[in-house]
Design a protein around this ligand. Structure first.
Ligand code: FUB
Length: 479
């Protein structure tokens, strides 16, 4: 988001960029030969491909990274944001979608259905607090749950903060002495002390007098080795991720540089920073996925991330842009337990959907609930899902998949490359069973050790829905 001046500047810039893009579009041999922009896009990244996501807010709880995001609708032109999504990972390369974790419907007092902007979730005393800004002076609300997955409820029935039209992008710091602070704002930074209940505050709302250099919006505050850090969408336009440091949670803040440089690919940006198993990671968002399909500009963003490295003096190393290869995998993935099909390091073509399965077929008599499912949809010939670093250990004997067949087809499970050796072929040879879930099993060819796994879909069209998969270990040969 930006001031009127910034918006005018962005529009002017955008016109120049569109002209440039048109020139490229017309002159580039890639566009002439292939008719699309795919050649220009890195082979991997952003980290979520099945939906447009923005404003990443990672949170570590136990051994899992929970990633809350805003959600740009697939047909968004400008901001079209109704709900918030949750993803999780234990290896920082394969992300599993949990689906919608909260929405504007959670707040009775919000007057519109488009304005689910950048959230942050924090845990305190076993409860999870999701701070949700609704722009245009509506305010910042808070939702509470007993689990990071929700369900989240509004304990106040009114905004926690309604201070000005600048009330967006909340971030929370709980200091070592237990004092919690909330920071937010565009184009200035505001902060207030939160009470221990995390749903009320004490004292004045302060407009931070040293709003750090290059600050735009999207603050993210954390502490390391006694030093306070504030990262934020920085410079305009486009925006990268800059940061400032302080010796105190209340400033003054001193600008230290860019963590991720501003570039055409990032445009608006919004940092989320977290430490996980001894390494630090910086999340932001880009338009890379959108650019894969069009040179046009819409508010359809995609969360990306990479490792973030400190210098010995506590300053942060700059990275020009998210690397193509992403961070190192923290631990290999275990295929011998059920893995949700919506667990992926990368995918092409597929989408996801939530649905409740009922016993009955009729609106007026659905019978008992069988299951709430989130599954992979829109599976057509040539689409694929890549799962990184799967540890087959001493080998697998068979693989089982849960699918709901539409026109039917095959899943070729391949090692290391989309056209790598076939590990197994699962034949889904039933049709017209959409809504009915069955498992299919196939024998596994010789495979041991750690491999990237590609689920490559083959068939004519609308093959099936895909819910989960699991390998079974090779049985020791009988003496
Ligand atoms: O996603 C909506 C708004 O755009 C966020 O609140 C800002 O940080 C910017 O990313």
């Amino acid at each position: 988001m930006a001031t009127v001046f910034q918006l005018n500047y962005r529009i002017m810039n955008l016109k120049i960029k569109i002209q440039k893009v048109l020139v490229t579009f017309v002159l580039s041999p890639i566009f002439i030969i292939n008719g699309n922009a795919q050649e220009n896009i890195p082979p991997q990244h952003p980290i979520i491909q099945t939906k447009y996501t923005a404003d990443p807010a990672p949170m570590v709880h136990n051994d899992t990274v929970f990633l809350y995001t805003s959600h740009d609708e697939d047909d968004a032109m400008g901001f079209k944001m109704k709900d918030w999504l949750l993803y999780y990972s234990t290896d920082m390369v394969n992300w599993t979608e949990h689906g919608v974790v909260a929405s504007l419907d959670n707040f009775d007092w919000v007057p519109y259905d488009n304005g689910a902007w950048a959230v942050q979730c924090v845990e305190r005393n076993g409860k999870f607090y999701l701070y949700c800004p609704m722009p245009g002076g509506v305010g910042i609300g808070v939702l509470v749950a007993d689990s990071p997955y929700g369900p989240f409820k509004d304990p106040l029935g009114k905004p926690l903060i309604r201070n000005s039209n600048h009330d967006i992008d909340p971030t929370i710091l709980i200091d070592d002495d237990g004092q919690a602070y909330m920071y937010w704002g565009n184009p200035k930074v505001y902060y207030v002390k939160l009470n221990e209940d995390m749903i009320s505050f004490s004292g004045e709302i302060i407009q931070e007098p040293t709003t750090p250099e290059n600050y735009q919006e999207g603050p993210w505050v954390w502490k390391r080795n006694g030093l306070y850090y504030m990262a934020y969408a920085s410079t305009c336009c486009p925006e990268g991720i800059g940061y400032a440091m302080s010796n105190s949670p209340t400033g003054p803040w001193k600008y230290k540089g860019m963590i991720v440089d501003a570039s055409e690919k990032t445009r608006g940006n919004h940092p989320g920073i977290v430490e996980y198993k001894g390494k630090w990671y910086c999340f932001g968002h880009s338009y890379d996925l959108l650019k894969k399909i069009t040179p046009k500009f819409y508010e359809r963003r995609s969360v990306d991330m990479d490792e973030m490295v400190y210098n010995p003096d506590g300053t942060i190393q700059n990275r020009h842009y998210w690397s193509v290869e992403g961070p190192e995998q923290v631990e290999p993935l275990n295929p011998f337990k059920r893995v949700e099909a919506e667990t992926m390091a990368w995918s092409e073509g597929v989408k996801t959907r939530s649905e409740t399965e009922w016993e009955g077929n009729f609106d007026w008599d659905r019978g008992k609930k069988i299951a709430d499912r989130l599954f992979v949809t829109d599976i057509n010939h040539g689409d694929y899902i890549k799962v990184k670093g799967v540890d087959f250990s001493d080998g697998a004997e068979s693989v089982e998949v849960s699918v709901s067949p539409i026109y039917g087809g095959k899943i070729e499970i391949r090692a290391d490359k989309i056209n790598g050796p076939v590990i197994a072929t699962v034949d889904v040879n039933i049709t017209r069973q959409a809504g009915i879930w069955s498992t299919f099993t196939a024998p596994v060819n010789d495979i041991t050790g750690i491999h990237d796994v590609y689920f490559v879909f083959k068939g004519e069209k609308d093959l099936f829905y895909f819910d989960w998969w699991q390998f079974y270990p090779a049985r020791e040969s009988e003496e």
